[in-house]
Ligand binder design. Sequence first.
Ligand SMILES: C[S@@+](CC[C@H](N)C(=O)[O-])C[C@H]1O[C@@H](n2cnc3c(N)ncnc32)[C@H](O)[C@@H]1O
Length: 319
Amino acid sequence: MQALYTQLSFELQRFDAKPQKIETLFIGGGTPSTVLPELYAPIFELLKPYLQENAEITTEANPNSATKAWLEGMKNLGVNRVSFGVQSFNAQKLKALNRAHNPQQAKDAIHYAKELGYKHLSLDLIYNYQGDSKALLLNDIEEAFSLPIDHISAYELTIEDGTKFSTTPEVRQEDEDLAFFVTDEIKKRGFKSYEISNFGTYQSKHNKGYWEIKDYIGAGAGAVGFLKDTRYYPQTDIGAYVENPLNIREEHLTSDELLTERIFLGLRSTVGIEKSHLSNKMIQKADILCKEKKLLCDDTHYHNDNFFLSDELALYILG
Ligand SMILES: C[S@@+](CC[C@H](N)C(=O)[O-])C[C@H]1O[C@@H](n2cnc3c(N)ncnc32)[C@H](O)[C@@H]1O
């Protein structure tokens, strides 16, 4: 925690953080629920003056380590949103995904959090893992909606380098119908889709902040930060990070690179694209898509209401 504290103190200066200006705090990556709440206390002490009164403070949690005591301890620190890494309510699938919890532990942890009075509860599901069927995913969605949650993130399995599945990429199932099915079944139950993977009666400010290209401090091994046009990469290796948390690589993004990200992220979510960011040529292209009813446009923004088309639309505007 000392390395994290050192880097966070440094970043608060780099970002010229002002009192009560930080809108969201997200504790994630790794498994936050394996760390005792009292170990986070110095971090919360450090951040307290900078956090807005109604800041959204999220922690990720794995159901097998999110005990009632842990959830209570995190709530007492000020956490008001928990995102449970449930992934599925199918015991065989959880084993195949190498998750340490079982479906009952997931349900218990979410009920504990509700009893403790957490304002916002979310759970993650993963789909298009080999063997996934509409029946299996429907059961996952029905189980999810039987719980006191106001947000679901449903992620299509991706195969990332250096992760468990990178040696067995065939575990990813290519089934677009399942993507449409998952989205429809979640929306049918009253959760608004505000991004291709995110749904809720509550929309996470932290998630939206990324898609709005807002500045954010990243603190911790591998926790990327972003300020204006620069991305900051602390070391990913925990040992190296603890040894020197201020050894941070910088990546300067060109205005074209930033605009490209703005367009892709804006069309994948309800954020949309602000016209003032676009060149005349891009506006002409976007207006064609409006005429073809593939984009919604108002005086200041273009919006996409079919997130599955987002990359295609972005490439057309950028082309
Ligand atoms: C992105 S964060 C969750 C943020 C959270 N949904 C929120 O709204 O605050 C971590 C989640 O990423 C998802 N994830 C991890 N590895 C993945 C992979 N290879 N493919 C797809 N999703 C993955 C898991 O569902 C994991 O719980």
